[in-house]
Ligand binder design. Sequence first.
Ligand SMILES: [Zn+2]
Length: 375
Amino acid sequence: MKFPLLPAALLWCLAASAQSAFKTKNVFIITTDGFRWQEIFSGADPAIINDTEFVQDTSLLKDLYWDNRVVERRKKLMPFFWNVIAKKGQLYGNRFENNKVNVKNIFKISYPGYNEILTGYADPLFIPNLRINNRNHNVLEYFNARSGFNGKVVAFASWNMFPNILNIKRNRLYLNSGYDSVPENGDEIGQKINEVEGQILPKGNTRNDLLTSIVAREYITKNHPRVVFLSFGETDESAHHRKYDKYLQQANNFDMMVAGLWYMIQTDPFYKDNTTFIITTDHGRGKEADTWCCHNWYTRGSGEIWMALIGPDTEPLGEIDQPGQIYQNQIASTVSMILGQEYKSSHKAGRPLRSVVTANPLSIPDPPLLEQASK
Ligand SMILES: [Zn+2]
């Protein structure tokens, strides 16, 4: 019997069941808000690092993050990305090589970006960064409703808008965001986290990323969730405050926190060699020395992002230096694919990124597109 006689949905199911051969049992989606692809792929920007409008001590900042050679400079800023992910994982979005990652939504601000990452749907309806419960269903709640994942899907975020973005009122997902306290249950670390959070005044909308990291690590070590969304926010905060020195330091901290988490995962028998990280950002920023602080629908560069992956099924292609174009709306279905499932939702969702798991993407057929079905 020839395959074309089978409907696309059945083909995908066959492929999906064949994909139980995938080693990935757990997926972490990790984001840092509004961090540019320019710094990932070329390190500190020569057009900004010398500008005293954005940098208090240009000489010291250059001691920390500058090198005339791009490959050394980017490694200084993001050592985990360039020493580990670039060797064992994949890095998309180097526009100097014509490899592009873009958001599909036209707004290029945070709420629409996180919505696109988590639902696979670039909602044409404008969702401002306000406390509006998201009408779209996300891949986290999709997995939380499936056997083997129920109660094992969790989210940690620095930004306190996530109760609305994830719509936890509707789906009751476990989320710790902003300055949410953690359950103490008589344990010392929980008490300490709450004490420190209590002492931070005034509390902004974005928690210190290091606290978010500690809260997440504590929970992950004790409870072993299978799907984790971990969202950091201080890169965007520093950029809006027009502080390029702080922005680079936060990026460096982000790299260090992801490195620490990867080390923790790879030394925990529950997660070792069966966990995939997908790392990205919600939007880009201006590409010029006088627009890098901003991002919105009219600032050029705001829709340009990047994506990194590492895990047991990720082909170790490193930095993708071939021309190509992928989109933010492909992340949700890629998470699903790696877990051997088809992502189903009532809205349109981007196609899974097959190049992640195989050097021969044609060996896995596309899932039927819901947008085609609804035409
Ligand atoms: Zn922003």
